[in-house]
Design a protein around this ligand. Structure first.
Ligand code: ASP
Length: 352
């Protein structure tokens, strides 16, 4: 169960109170845990403590902090995703709405939370998800720099209208594009197909690609959580030589309404998996084909020649475009919750 502790720390309010300097924009930090807060031996810093350790923030923003949870990111749940997105929506609609949001989060599943928020949070105010590769008390801890940079990006005019992004190691990534591609290095995050979206350099924040509509239009979230029902079960099936039908059958027996194939090459699976996937599809399960290579597209009609193919263009068989399996799972889950038809789901995967 997550604990919600009311915003407790405000940094950066002094200059406004003196009436001299311009009022700084407000950035709201939602701290969820992860290595950025980890001190080892089950001890964790709070969001307040993380912010208090970075006095430079006081010149950039009025930072308010909320302790949403304090867990390793493997313990983040889909219910927490829903609560987080709804919390941001409530803040957006409330008084003194923040100019931007920063979520501190464990890096292991950061890309999933960021993508979920990217699909469910609209508005003009950017959402930056950040964390750390080195724990809070490590020599050369990267958390403070990441947090400082995330706040800088959150207040950058050029970030408006860009939705949810990840900030790690001075690099800005779009939520759809980013993945953790190394277990331990400081540059563990990458965007294999689309590339880095921008940089938080010491002198300025730069973006390499224009914001949608030049940043003039606020985003409408692709999915409206207010109207979505329960999230259906969607499982990932990993393809490899020797894989049989067991995982597919178990997932269907457990009630999966969608399956994502982490396929070989351009989305292939073994003959045994392929037969089980066709049976699942015949029972109404939507099968989205992704791949285990780490980059590259799988279209709705194209799968690898190397192993068994699912028939191209079959009603409930869609390609995941360049989305990796863990991200394809989120999009398929939301699309099924929103009751999209398979043909529309196929199109949805292609919408950037
Ligand atoms: N195990 C950590 C997590 O919560 C790893 C990290 O934050 O880098 O994801």
């Amino acid at each position: 169960m997550r604990r919600l502790i009311a915003a407790a720390l405000i940094i950066g309010g002094a200059s406004a109170a003196q009436g001299q300097a311009p009022v700084l924009p407000r950035v709201h930090v939602l701290a969820t845990g992860g290595t950025i807060s980890n001190l080892g031996n089950d001890a964790r810093r709070t969001g307040d403590e993380l912010i208090a350790a970075i006095p430079a923030l006081g010149k950039i923003a009025r930072v308010t902090v909320e302790q949403f949870s304090n867990v390793a990111s493997g313990s983040v749940t889909q219910d927490m995703w829903r609560d987080l997105a709804k919390r941001i929506a409530a803040l957006q609609a409330g008084p003194d709405a923040p100019a931007g949001y920063v979520i501190t989060h464990g890096t292991d599943t950061m890309e999933e939370t960021a993508y979920f928020l990217g699909l469910t949070v609209g508005g003009c105010s950017p959402v930056l998800v950040t964390g750390a590769m080195r724990q809070a008390n490590a020599v050369g801890a990267d958390g403070p720099a990441n947090l400082l940079n995330a706040v800088r990006v959150a207040v950058a005019p050029a970030a408006r209208g860009r939705g949810t992004m990840v900030l790690m190691n001075d690099e800005i990534f779009a939520a759809r594009d980013v993945t953790k591609s190394n277990t331990s290095r400081m540059n563990a995050f990458s965007a294999p197909d689309a590339g880095v979206l921008g940089l938080a350099d010491p002198d300025t924040v730069v973006f390499h690609r224009a914001a949608p509509e030049g940043g003039s239009t606020c985003r409408r979230a692709p999915f409206d959580l207010a109207t979505l029902g329960a999230f259906p079960r969607v499982d990932v099936i990993y393809a490899h030589i020797g894989a049989d039908s067991v995982a597919v059958e178990a997932a269907v027996a457990a009630g999966a309404r969608g399956l994502v194939v982490a396929g070989v090459g351009r989305g292939g699976s073994t003959p045994s998996q392929g037969r089980a996937l066709r049976r699942a599809r015949d029972q109404g399960v939507v099968v989205a084909t992704s791949n285990r290579t780490g980059s590259g597209r799988v279209g709705s009609g194209g799968v690898s020649d190397s192993l068994e193919k699912l028939p191209a263009g079959a009603g409930a068989n869609v390609g995941s475009a360049e989305l990796n399996p863990q991200k394809a799972r989120i999009l398929l889950m939301l699309a099924l919750a929103a009751k999209y038809r398979p043909a529309d789901i196929a199109r949805l995967f292609e919408v950037r």
